[in-house]
Design a protein around this ligand. Structure first.
Ligand SMILES: *Cc1c(COP(=O)(O)O)cnc(C)c1O
Length: 219
């Protein structure tokens, strides 16, 4: 697959869902990809990228942003509070706000710095032990708590369990967002982004379908 193929598939899914062409943001997930593959996608004009680790992004991106100042970086992986300050400097958007302690830290830093990235609250829709995210039953309370802290919560994010039908999880996320008056939904990856768009995704996070299989595992 190429960037062009993915963009065409997104456009097709948008129109099938009766949504405006170009209304879904494509986040090209570049974690662990060799720099030459990232460079190739930048050279084709794409500017929105996702990384799941602060450290890796901090090493990889300053070189590219010197070349392409309009790069828009999204953090899609778990965030430790001791890396929050660095994350706020690197990323325009954080998709993984998932616990009160992190929300409070972000709120304090936002006060101090005078700005804050756009935020998504990650919901653990599959209630998986090993996965980050607030449980669906706790989501309404947590969203309210983030709003009380004046955090710019833009929407919700989920990563469905690998062995389950993702549509059920996308629909659940959409429902939680709707009842909380949140419009943006960060959902859908290489294998299921069209389904996610059909169910209201505004941001899809696509890695391997654009860049090819990740060369090395992350850990
Ligand atoms: C790696 C990753 C993706 C992209 O996965 P692909 O299957 O390669 O498209 C999307 N979202 C998150 C949170 C990820 O960590």
């Amino acid at each position: 697959m190429s960037l062009q193929d993915i963009t065409a598939r997104i456009a097709k899914a948008e129109s099938a869902a009766g949504r405006a062409i170009g209304s879904v943001k494509l986040i090209a997930v570049s974690k662990v990809q060799p720099n030459e593959r990232v460079q190739a996608v930048l050279d084709q004009g794409h500017r929105c990228f996702g990384e799941n680790r602060v450290q890796e992004a901090a090493g990889k991106w300053p070189g590219f942003t010197a070349q392409f100042p309009d790069v828009d970086l999204h953090l899609i992986g778990p965030l430790q509070t001791n890396k929050a300050r660095q994350a706020m400097e690197l990323f325009s958007t954080i998709h993984s706000v998932d616990r009160p302690k992190l929300a409070k830290t972000l709120a304090r830093l936002a006060q101090e710095v005078g700005s804050c990235p756009d935020l998504f609250i990650q919901v653990n829709t599959g209630e998986e032990e090993q996965k980050a995210g607030i449980l669906p039953a706790d989501a309404d309370t947590f969203i309210a708590e983030c709003r009380d802290l004046d955090l710019p919560v833009q929407g919700l994010m989920c990563i469905p369990p690998v062995d389950e039908e993702p549509a059920l999880h996308f629909a659940l996320l959409a429902k939680i967002a709707e009842r909380n008056g949140l419009r943006d939904l960060s959902m859908g990856m290489s294998g299921d982004f069209e389904k996610a768009i059909a169910l209201g995704a505004t941001h899809v996070r696509v890695g391997s379908a654009i860049f090819g299989e990740r060369v090395k595992p992350q850990e």
